[in-house]
Ligand binder design. Structure first.
Ligand SMILES: C[S@@+](CC[C@H](N)C(=O)[O-])C[C@H]1O[C@@H](n2cnc3c(N)ncnc32)[C@H](O)[C@@H]1O
Length: 253
């Protein structure tokens, strides 16, 4: 498949080039999310720290991040647990950076959702923060993930509705939920929409705080893009939650 035909491919190449050179963006991420993982989404440190409990403390532990970007979240999980980290992303720029930042006990691959393959029963934990949306066929991608998981493995998904995915009734009516059901995968889910509403306000404050720094770097356009991403939280929460939702799914094989 030609990557340039895929949704947002060029935009992500530009995003990850900016993320590796911009101090303003790195500072913004720290203030908004609690850690700089070059987030393009809604994953703050509180959500990421929840993953730690599912990573075994001993043994030959392997974790995979789907849509890993430049690998900073995986680097954090490795530092905390010592796990071997695997990640894939379609962004060439992001994978190039990840390989430089985390050369030890790691495997980073450039790959497209639905095309990339791994051996069966390799991973203790698979994470996918704000990336499942890009699967052209959610059910067959979930089937593939199920194959990649070890028998007692865990899949941890941060899933947003209201931007890429349409808003449905609740956490039990999403496209992802239907795919999990089709594949016979039990799950627990938490609705964290209110937390993400607060996060968007924090994000807005953090962008404003670093406005001059973005401008001094010639990254005014990124400042504007980031501010734009927070606009839809400039309404009362009751309004916001009619159109937006965020869920954390913890899924078993
Ligand atoms: C919304 S970002 C989330 C990134 C990161 N996981 C986070 O939470 O900040 C989506 C990620 O998926 C990658 N991506 C988008 N479409 C993809 C595809 N079809 N195949 C592989 N990666 C894709 C992007 O490069 C980007 O890193």
């Amino acid at each position: 498949m030609n990557k340039n035909d895929l949704l947002f491919y060029t935009a992500y190449e530009e995003f990850y080039a900016m993320a590796s050179e911009s101090k303003a963006f790195q500072n913004f991420c720290k203030d908004a999310f609690g850690e700089d993982f070059s987030q393009d989404g809604f994953s703050d440190i509180e959500q990421i720290n929840r993953i730690l409990q599912y990573i075994p403390k001993q043994g030959n532990v392997h974790i995979l991040d789907i849509g890993c970007g430049n690998g900073k979240m995986l680097g954090y999980l490795q530092k905390k647990t010592g796990a071997f980290i695997h990640g894939f992303d379609y962004s060439e720029k992001a994978i190039e950076t990840a390989k430089v930042l985390y050369p030890e006990n790691s495997e980073f691959r450039e790959g497209i959702i639905g095309e990339i393959e791994y051996e069966a029963e390799q991973f203790d934990v698979i994470t996918s923060m704000d990336t499942m949306y890009f699967a052209k066929d959610m059910s067959s991608f979930v089937a593939q993930i199920k194959r990649w998981m070890k028998p007692n493995g865990t899949l941890f998904v941060g899933y947003q509705e209201g931007d890429v995915m349409p808003k449905t009734k609740d956490a039990h009516t999403t496209v992802l939920e239907e795919a999990l059901r089709e594949n016979g995968m039990p799950y627990e889910v938490e609705d964290i929409t209110e937390q993400v509403y607060e996060l968007l306000h924090k994000k807005r404050e953090a962008v404003e705080k670093h406005k001059q720094e973005f401008a001094a770097e010639g990254h005014q356009n990124w400042y504007e893009m980031l501010i734009g991403q927070t606009e839809y939280a400039q309404v009362p929460y009751e309004e916001f939650k009619k159109n937006m939702a965020r869920y954390l799914y913890v899924v078993r094989k």
